[in-house]
Write a protein that binds this ligand. Sequence first.
Ligand code: FAD
Length: 542
Amino acid sequence: KSVVYWMRMGDLRIKDNRALSLASARAHKLGVPLLVLFILSPQDYIAHDRSKRRIDFTLRNLEKIQRSLAEFHIPLDVWTHPVRRTLPSAVISYLKRMGAKSLFANIEYEVDELRRDISICKLSKADGIQATFSHDKCVIEPGVLTTKQGKVYTVYSPFRRSWEQKLNANPQYWEKATDLQPHATSIHESKLYGPIFSTTIPSSLEGYELSEKEKENMTKFFPAGEDAADQILQRFLTTKARPSQLGAVNPLAPDAKENSKESRVANYGTDRSRVDKDTSSRLSPYLAAGVVSVRECIRATMALKKSFNKAKVDVSKDTGVGVWVQEIAWRDFYVHVLAACPRVSMGQPFLEKYANVVWEDYQEEAEKMEKEAIKARKGQASKPGESVRRWKEGMTGYPIVDAGMRCINEMGWVHNRLRMIVAMFLTKDLMIDWRVGEKYFMENLIDGDLAANNGGWQWSASTGTDAAPYFRIFNPYSQSEKVDPSGDFIRRFVPELASLKGKDIHNPPPHTADKLGYPRPIIQHEEARVRALRRFKNPGEA
Ligand code: FAD
């Protein structure tokens, strides 16, 4: 009597959505209604450190999706299921209630989600329901690319080469999924499905409420909906003018109406590491939530060329577009790693030899109890937990680190380069377990995504897939000069230093810092570096 598509947190769109497209075709063929289901699962959000911002973004997008689906006479049913263990049986009961013999969904590659879907498969089989799961998150799905020895790639560069070859030999990887079919209007009248049309999407979820101010900011920084995502993508790829009202605003100048001679992607190859300019797409919240399809991103880069049909996907390092597509390959890479090595999503290091590296004792409890004013604190961290708190609050005394952390705290997003700098600072300078930082990012980022976040943290902590060994340790001062040569990014997010000129902004003289109420460095980088090298060289020894 109906077909159900179960939409998840990572595929919040109706265009170019493989599972939805298959579900729609099936419903059309059978001449039965299509229902779209979304389940809010608070226990999963707690277990996976979902941020309030990501939940808010999800709800904002669902509202848009409900409206778009209504145009196709398709209802979106949203309910909350409190106990995640019983979610599979709740879904099966729902399918039975709705008379659905077919369920469609896109695959989520994280361990808990895979286990949940395996149990859905078992239960649905027992009840004669056909469950179909599609690969949709990546350009090339996990498991396809292997080394000559048949193993999964553990280093990015060879992975990227193989990714490029596969992609160009098989255009189906970037083909668009068939559009939705219009569905029978009679569904409105049906007693069973009719009420679903009046489902109201909650404006917040208990425990995940944002303050009014923050909600307003998030809506301004990252507007919801597929149209917004399309505009952000197009603006990045094609436009020279960058009016901020088109969404995903520039963190440096939220109200700027910049003009440039070229599109941002044209300069991406040379400028991408600059954080004091508007250099990257800021599409990550949309890609993480699936508001835009990753295939659409690939096609949009190809459409920049005149001969679209003959065009190959440009993945070269010689063009801005090619370098940007390489970033999309990084996204695929980390999903492939996660799918092949599930231990990384269970808090284990990718490189098992670093399981015993000695981390500083960070004691979250002590951290919570420490409530005195931070500004008064200067010099070395004195208590366990204090260093983590100062890192989180952007009070380490390293301006570029503090600016990066304050940007996350304010916007729920920060440039990739800064993510690397703050992550490396926490794990190498402060020698704090990468899992502390990974969790903090998930709890605060609007684009929090297990594969990319875990990959980024493990890369930075040298427990991951970095081809360079553990002695890659960023110097926060020279990094600062490189990524923020004008100092404008620091000035925007560390306003106490706004009056500093020249190189002082990167490394304020101690007495000036005291006068400005800015803390002295929490640790001396050179000493910290030696400690990190020692501990990584001899895992298990302090
Ligand atoms: P662009 O430079 O425009 O890149 C385009 C897209 O490619 C991004 O939107 C993103 O989807 C993908 N991408 C780019 N770089 C990477 C990368 N290194 N790894 C994986 N995908 C990438 N990204 C997330 O989406 N969610 C996370 O939770 C996340 N956590 C991170 C944690 C750390 C410690 C590090 C170092 C990186 C993390 N990243 C994460 C990757 C990257 O920092 C962001 O995707 C990027 O900053 C988003 O900005 P953008 O959209 O302007 O990127």
